[in-house]
Design a protein around this ligand. Structure first.
Ligand code: NAP
Ligand code: G4F
Length: 345
């Protein structure tokens, strides 16, 4: 019998990559999908069609009884908690729901494992985030944040994730659970939701190239992110749960780039050279060849508090886990634009 893994968040970006990886490694893969989702729902169908090897279990992260039943029925060896309301901008608009799902949802998962009597056997992965650092206390320009850096979350999402991070560590210390936290910096790719900036850009660039859209509207162009490829990051999650001891690990690239740079490279991929004109909310990106405005600023996308810079130091993951990345920054942008050109054509 293969090992059994239970994933939450399978309909999201990372869940799809992780389900595939675990299946390829010989696991029996189970995944929690929200209870209200009808079999006719497109996301349910996508999982059924593209990941037929995944056994679906109905449960919501807010529903402790359903989660406990799932743990009792499946008796998983490994549990990967990827489910969350994960959009930082949205978390300012609905902070209470985000606290419940992204924060208390983690407690529900840990309690479900305990209530099912699996705390000594099931290994647990919590999807922690670089958003917990927040950028304000950034004082290591060469190295970036590591596992010991101070937290200073700047969004309701970051605060909720910090609760999830600490309650996971608390269950590790209190009940001797094999519970690990991956502090992941931004990771992107062809499965990224269109509400996140990289996919919004790659999709718009493809549509502009194909004449299906005139212009892309963005918020802050000058924040910096440490962007990697999601497919590389799920391998790191799995490696954390294969260690003899649980722990916390930063997964990052050690490079940081502005949104502006991402735009420049993405437009270049389709043969458009961007020229920046104007400043602040009046700044625009112009196609040098045609003089057409292809990018402008919409203050609607600014956040009440911003994380100006994220840069991670993955030394621990590289040395202890032997974690490696296959896709670099230009490769990531290329991969996303090419994917969206094919999708939109
Ligand atoms: P994502 O694409 O936004 O996926 C979120 C998943 O959570 C979806 O499957 C969603 O299901 C599920 N979900 C939301 N509310 C739920 C609820 N009440 N009950 C059950 N499931 C629920 O996120 P991602 O990019 O794959 O990220 C995976 C995890 O890593 C998240 O926890 C995220 O916060 C964290 N993280 C991500 C990054 C990154 O750069 N991607 C970096 C650090 C940490 P529906 O389809 O039903 O909505
Ligand atoms: O793509 P974003 O929405 O990602 P953000 O806020 O960094 O959060 C992502 O990464 C976190 C890890 O650090 C995860 F925990 C989290 O779940 C999520 O996956 O925004 C990136 C940057 C921000 O500075 C934002 O202000 O892009 C800026 N931005 C500029 N214009 C925009 C836009 N972001 C979005 N989503 N949409 C815009 O139009």
């Amino acid at each position: 019998m293969g090992k059994k893994a239970l994933i939450t968040g399978v309909t999201g970006q990372d869940g799809g990559h992780l389900a595939k990886l675990l299946h390829e490694k010989g696991y029996d893969v189970y995944a929690v999908i929200r209870g209200q989702m009808e079999a006719s729902h497109p996301r349910y169908q996508e999982v059924k069609e593209k990941m037929p090897y995944v056994n679906l279990v109905m449960a919501d992260l807010l529903d402790l009884s359903a989660l406990t039943r799932a743990m009792q029925q499946i008796q998983p060896d490994e549990v990967y908690n990827l489910a969350a309301i994960s959009h930082v901008g949205y978390s300012f608009r609905d902070p209470v729901l985000v606290a419940d799902v992204t924060g208390k949802g983690v407690l529900n998962m840990l309690e479900a494992i305990r209530l099912a009597g699996l705390e000594k056997t099931a290994r647990f992965y919590q999807a922690s985030t670089s958003e917990m650092f927040g950028g304000l206390d950034y004082n290591r320009p060469d190295k970036g944040y590591d596992e010991d850096a101070a937290f200073h979350p700047r969004s309701p999402y970051g605060v909720a994730k910090l609760y999830g991070h600490w309650i996971t560590k608390n269950y590790r210390e209190s009940y001797d659970m094999h519970a690990s936290c991956g502090i992941l910096f931004n990771h992107e790719g062809e499965r990224r939701g269109p509400e996140f900036v990289t996919r919004k850009i790659s999709k718009a660039v493809a549509r502009i190239k194909l004449g299906k859209q005139d212009k892309l509207e963005l918020g802050n162009l000058d924040s910096k992110r440490d962007w990697g490829y999601a497919g590389d990051y799920v391998e790191g999650m799995w490696r954390m749960l294969q260690q003899d001891q649980p722990g916390d690990y930063v997964l990052a690239t050690g490079e940081t780039h502005t949104i502006r740079e991402f735009c420049e490279i993405a437009f270049k991929e389709v043969g458009i050279d961007l020229e920046w004109q104007g400043s602040d909310v009046d700044e625009i990106g112009v196609d040098k060849a045609t003089g057409k405005t292809v990018l402008s600023i919409n203050p609607e996308f600014f956040r009440p508090a911003e994380v100006d810079i994220l840069l991670g130091d993955p030394t621990k993951a590289e040395t202890v886990l032997g974690w490696e990345r296959q896709v670099d920054f230009p490769g990531l942008v290329k991969l996303m634009v090419e994917h969206d050109l094919n999708l939109e054509a």
